[in-house]
Design a protein around this ligand. Structure first.
Ligand code: KG4
Ligand code: ZN
Length: 332
């Protein structure tokens, strides 16, 4: 089964071709980091315009790289939510047009579901597993029992983890998106240099909160003055990152232990974080749990995970009609 997957929910225009749910023939992304960089965050109107410009070249490029023609496809999968409504509409409208003209069936994919399943692009992980989905827009904890069977366990009370990375990077004038920049800078710093507070939730609640740490960094920068904190940039990055990682690791491991689930899967852009990967693994292994994470290119938004989620639904016979609309607040 040959599936084209298209993703335009936020600021990445991505397309991939996947064969039989396991062989990635092409996976292309056009990032808009340069466009949104000067603003320190995604500007929705600019994002949709960039998608309009980039989506056809990316889709054509993916088909060409895969060596397939549109009419070879068995189905098309496209993100229809959650995300920025203008951005979602670009991908969804294109796919409806392609499907209408060619007669190739299409399905709308829930972006969150695609992140939860992305691990299967590279390796087999048995169900059930506890999935931590941490990205720029979401911080969620699920028990994934199988395709289509997701038990929501908890999530953030305020900001998403990726948002905290992006905002702290912005405060420090480091650039956008901030996660990877802080990850790299932190390698040169001491994670124990500054003790930023960890918001501790009830052990059973599986909740996260990142607004406190953001404010704590803001106050720290103010208390030091620019001349002094600039010399401590790496230590601030490492100490901030360590606090965020601690707040992500504890509820995830607690959830696995409480539900007696032996596997933990990381997903979403923040799952690319090197310290999160290392610390989650170290602490989970102490508890006899296994940790799995996708390659960084499958943690951040990509077309392959959309194709994979679409593959499962198309295989089960689902077909969407042309009445399907973009849903910015779609839940799982
Ligand atoms: O999944 P994603 O590409 O888009 C959303 O669906 O939001 O995630 C993007 C987020 C951004 O906030 C970015 O700063 C963060 O993931 N991110 C990272 C790293 N790479 C990307 N955060 C921490 N460490 C990283 N290495
Ligand atoms: Zn995402």
């Amino acid at each position: 089964m040959l599936i084209l997957g298209i993703e335009t929910s936020c600021d990445d225009t991505a397309a991939a071709v996947l064969r039989d749910g396991r062989t990635i023939l092409a996976n292309m992304v056009s990032s808009q980091d340069q466009v949104h960089g000067p603003y320190g965050g995604v500007v929705p109107e600019l994002a949709s315009r960039q998608h309009i410009k980039n989506v056809l070249p990316i889709v054509d490029g993916a088909l060409r790289k895969a060596g397939v023609k549109l009419m070879d496809l068995d189905g098309i999968a496209v993100t229809y939510g959650p995300g920025l409504v203008g951005s979602l509409l670009v991908g969804l409208s294109l796919v409806k047009g392609m499907s209408f003209r060619s007669g190739i069936p299409y399905v709308g994919v829930n972006h969150l579901e695609a992140h939860l399943l992305a691990i299967h692009l590279e390796q087999e992980v048995a169900f059930p597993y506890i999935a931590l989905l941490a990205s720029g827009g979401h911080t969620l904890l699920y028990c994934v029992n199988g395709v289509g069977d997701y038990a929501h366990l908890g999530g953030t009370r305020d900001d998403a983890a990726g948002e905290a990375f992006d905002k702290v990077a912005k405060m420090m004038g480091l650039g956008y998106p901030g996660g990877r920049i802080i990850d790299n800078l932190a390698r040169e710093g001491d994670p124990k240099a500054i003790r930023f507070p960890r918001d501790r939730m009830k052990k059973s609640a599986y909740e996260f909160s990142f607004s406190g740490i953001k404010t704590a960094v803001w106050h720290y920068l103010g208390s030091q003055g620019k001349g002094r904190w600039e010399a401590q940039r790496a230590d601030i990055a490492a100490s901030f990152q360590e606090a965020v990682v601690d707040m992500l690791v504890s509820p995830t491991i607690n959830a696995a232990l409480a539900r007696d689930v032996k596997r933990i899967v990381l997903s979403g852009g923040v799952a690319a974080n090197s310290r999160l990967r290392a610390k989650m693994k170290e602490q989970a292994e102490d508890e006899g749990l296994q940790v799995f994470y996708p390659a960084p290119k499958f943690c951040t938004d990509n077309g392959a995970m959309i194709a994979l989620a679409g593959y499962h639904w198309l295989k089960r016979g689902r077909r969407d009609d042309f009445g399907l609309n973009a849903d910015a607040d779609l839940t799982l």
